[in-house]
Design a protein around this ligand. Structure first.
Ligand code: G2I
Length: 447
């Protein structure tokens, strides 16, 4: 019997892992263990993963951050139907293989995402009649799972099959509309036969708390369990922002699914925001997972804010320059790890200064400078304000000025300590002496 190509690749990758383990043998395992997300999570018997895009693996900082911190990889788009079977029966695995090979060579697990989903479907799928669509769906599952047989930790077999909102109804899709409710069960049965070693997950969003949608998924999983339909895990995507915050009953919801006898996984975590508020939200998520025995791991939906699908919302643990954010420290701490403040990846102590004129009258004006800490907490700051001649400053509050010519250097009075992302301001009154020109505010330095 000929060995499938992927098996050969896997054997080679296993060899690389062994070499890597030997190379690391000189270090104190325990000291290193606490310092990364992956090793801290391993200390809690969990994985810590990231969504990975093949086209960023060539970027040194991207690969270094991924390799250092994460123990699981989910191809972000490369295993989706449009990427893997763009025309019927003709499979393309090059991009997905790049992610899988990279992950395996670093000893990471791989989550497969996703086999049956209404989105990122090539147009040919939508043209099929029921019988043909059933064959195509099973053919797609067999094609992917066969290619990666024995190499995937968990597969998102069906993704996002329920509607948002209060109804708990199924979402319209070619599968739902032509095959009816039974398509999910059929997909899971086909998947079990295709790769019995893989855990089979149902994955969805807005199911993170107890609500109509999660109730509908819960009822389906309960039914599957009672009838022996093969399902091993439920994925909770966990895309959060102010409109969709971390639910108060997150842990309770994870637990009720776990009580059905399935694993639960946090599969696409990201939380828009910054600073200590974002960090606190991340802590809630990690704490919820750790409180549920069957919550086996957490995947964040990307490595860096720079490439997030919601990059404007800076929802991830590393900023665009791969610096660790307060959210990173919070996750590491919640996982029982401890960061080294001197790490090169730690956020730089920094601040910004922004000027506004808050009042103006014929002979004078009031200026205000708002100081905002960057991604790390600061204990002091310094800002410079150049006051154009012939103006003079008659008073200043919430800061301590020293003068060199017409340059005023301002340091804190009581307000030097700022949490990451937090702000304070100082103000001053200027006598115009005939000139209403604006002062120049120089950069802010922090310590
Ligand atoms: O939308 C966020 C996630 C929700 N759950 C399922 C996930 O699979 C989904 O991931 C996102 C990817 O992060 C995006 O990168 O899925 C999107 C598509 O539904 C992905 O966006 C697509 C763009 O829309 C395409 O224009 C682009 O060609 O990414 C493609 C590849 O870069």
């Amino acid at each position: 019997m000929t060995m499938p190509l992927r098996c050969l690749a896997r054997t080679a990758a296993a060899g690389l892992v062994a070499v890597a383990a030997l190379t690391a043998a000189g270090h104190t395992a325990e000291a290193e263990a606490a310092d990364t997300l992956g090793s801290a999570a391993a200390g809690q018997d969990r994985y810590f993963g990231a969504a990975v895009a093949a086209n960023h693996l060539g970027e040194a900082d991207y690969a270094a951050t991924l390799d250092r911190e994460f123990t699981s990889a989910t191809p972000e788009n490369e295993m989706k139907w449009d990427a893997t079977e763009p025309s019927r029966g003709s499979f393309t695995f090059a991009a997905a293989d790049r992610v899988v090979d990279h992950a395996q060579s670093r000893g990471m697990d791989v989550r497969g995402h996703t086999l049956v989903w209404h989105s990122q479907l090539p147009s040919w799928v939508g043209t099929l009649g029921a019988a043909d669509l059933r064959t195509a769906m099973n053919g797609h599952i067999n094609g992917l799972m066969g290619h990666y047989k024995g190499e995937i930790h968990s597969w998102d077999v069906v993704n996002e099959a329920f509607q948002d909102g209060g109804s708990g109804a199924r979402r319209s899709s070619p599968f739902q509309d032509r095959l009816g409710d039974g398509f999910i069960e059929e997909a899971f049965r086909t998947a079990r036969a295709a790769d019995p070693a893989a855990k089979l997950c149902y994955n969805d969003y807005n199911t993170d708390g107890v609500n109509a949608k999660s109730n509908a998924v819960y009822a389906m999983v309960k039914d599957f369990r009672s009838r022996g339909v093969p399902i091993d895990c439920v994925g909770f995507q966990s895309h959060f922002n102010s409109a969709s915050p971390v639910p108060a009953d997150y842990r309770q919801n994870l637990q009720r699914f776990a009580d059905l006898g399935v694993d639960v996984q946090i599969t696409e975590l990201d939380i828009e925001g910054s600073g200590s508020a974002q960090a606190a939200d991340y802590t809630k998520v990690v704490d919820a997972c750790l409180a549920v025995d069957r919550c086996t791991g957490i995947t964040v939906w990307g490595v860096t804010d720079k490439y997030s699908w919601r990059s404007g919302g800076t929802p991830l643990l590393f900023d665009g320059d791969y610096r660790k954010k307060p959210a990173y420290d919070a996750v590491l701490t919640a996982l029982g790890g401890s960061g080294d403040p001197g790490d090169p990846g730690d956020p730089t102590v920094s601040c910004t200064a922004a000027y506004t004129r808050t009042a103006d009258w014929s002979s004078g004006y009031n200026g205000q400078v708002t100081i905002t800490a960057g991604d790390a907490p600061i204990s002091s700051w310094t800002a410079t304000v150049t006051v154009p001649s012939p103006q003079s400053v008659s008073s200043l509050w919430n800061g301590t000025p020293t003068w060199t010519g017409n340059v005023m250097t301002v340091r804190p009075s009581w307000n030097g300590t700022l949490a990451a992302g937090a702000s304070t301001s100082f103000g001053f009154t200027v006598a115009k002496n005939g000139s209403g020109a604006a002062p120049t505010v120089g950069g802010c330095t922090a310590s």
